[in-house]
Design a binder for this molecule. Structure first.
Ligand code: ADP
Ligand code: MG
Length: 343
């Protein structure tokens, strides 16, 4: 077992981060696939601290300490993870834009967190399903894949009435997703998967709320040479890595508070623009594998995650239009239609 501490540090750390409006970062360590060997996790604190240790190195060099909003250890359940995420997801219903994205090397548990085990089984469903069920539970919502602005040629938009409708759509999405084997993991996915839920609603004063929830399962963050891929697969991997390195560039620029943030360098960063530097509420899950073989990738994921946690967002904003503005807009629309009919 891991040592655990209970203290007030995490509460304080999270409060300060919330006040500053930082991107939240949760780390999740999946169970080891090699129970017989010692893994690299030395300590997981309830205060969000994580200590890793490379058993093959001298202690001084091999020991690294990180601090996040929360760390989920190998025994954490899907429900544990959802419980810590639910308030953020529910704020979509209050008109906030919310983005949750999963980062980490192939095989570290990104898809497990977001979708759950493959095949969409009832057991161990991930955030995508639990979030939808929760939102439907609260209200009726309308879901579309990437409505306006960005040109994603293969994205489609669907109206849904229930979680079952969405499950159907997500199965289709999973089939469409380019999945191929690599040396690291045969369920490896070389593509990003984005589920966007647009919420339209009315608050008690009759004002119109429009918000969206992005749920993003990123492609594996590992360096390409490790997967020993060649040919088309290599090209694909390099292309994927390009958008992830654009994400890294954006995070670095934001962390350094540069005046120019290079969102335009990839569709991924354009899509996430509002979530990374805007007025959204954003949470990143950094996934790591506990096996010693992946120590290098684990360190690089955790370092990236640490950098992400220093990014400050603008104060999150409710997307609200007053009843009067809505009525005026509707009037304009109907006048436009009348005019078009006359011509
Ligand atoms: P990724 O999407 O990052 O490539 P996956 O989510 O496919 O990784 O996880 C790789 C394997 O590990 C899968 O077989 C998955 O079911 C398993 N796994 C990942 N995280 C967990 C977890 N927290 N508990 C149990 N099994 C997990
Ligand atoms: Mg995956």
């Amino acid at each position: 077992g891991y040592h655990r501490v209970v203290n007030e540090n995490r509460k304080l750390y999270n409060m300060v981060q919330d006040l500053r409006g930082n991107i939240r970062v949760y780390c999740r360590v999946r169970p080891s696939f090699r129970a017989e060997t010692k893994d690299v996790i030395e300590f997981i604190g309830e205060d969000g601290s994580l200590v890793i240790l490379d058993p093959l190195k001298p202690r001084k060099e091999g020991r690294k300490v990180f601090q996040f909003n929360h760390v989920f250890g190998p025994t954490a359940t899907q429900d544990d993870v959802f419980k810590e995420t639910q308030p953020l997801i529910r704020s979509v219903m209050d008109g906030y834009n919310v983005c949750i994205f999963a980062y980490g090397q192939t095989g570290s548990g990104k898809t497990h967190t977001m979708s759950g085990p493959s095949g969409g089984m009832q057991k161990d469903r991930g955030i995508n399903y639990l979030a939808l069920e929760d939102l439907f539970h609260i209200s009726k919502i309308r879901s579309c894949a990437s409505e306006n602005g960005l040109n994603l040629p293969d994205a489609t938009m669907h109206s849904v009435k229930s979680t079952a409708d969405v499950l159907q759509l997500m199965k289709l999405g999973e089939l469409n997703r380019a999945v191929s084997s690599t040396a690291i993991n045969n369920r490896s996915s070389r593509s990003h998967s984005v589920l966007t839920i647009h919420v339209h609603g009315k608050d008690t004063s009759g004002s119109i709320l429009r918000s969206c929830l992005h749920l993003v399962d990123l492609a594996g963050s590992e360096r390409v040479d490790k997967s020993e891929v060649t040919g088309d697969r290599l090209k694909e991997a390099q292309y994927i890595n390009k958008s992830l390195s654009c994400l890294g560039d954006v995070i670095t620029a934001l962390a350094q508070k540069n005046s120019h943030i290079p969102y335009r360098n990839s569709k991924l960063t354009l899509l996430l623009q509002d979530s990374l530097g805007g007025r959204a509420k954003t949470l990143m899950f950094a996934h790591v594998s506990p096996e010693v073989d992946f120590f290098g990738e684990t360190v690089s994921t955790l370092k990236f995650a640490q950098r992400v946690s220093t990014v400050e967002l603008g104060a999150a904003r409710v997307n609200k239009e007053s009843n009067e503005v809505m009525q005026l807009k509707e009037q304009i629309e109907s006048l436009k239609k009348a005019l078009a009919n006359k011509e």
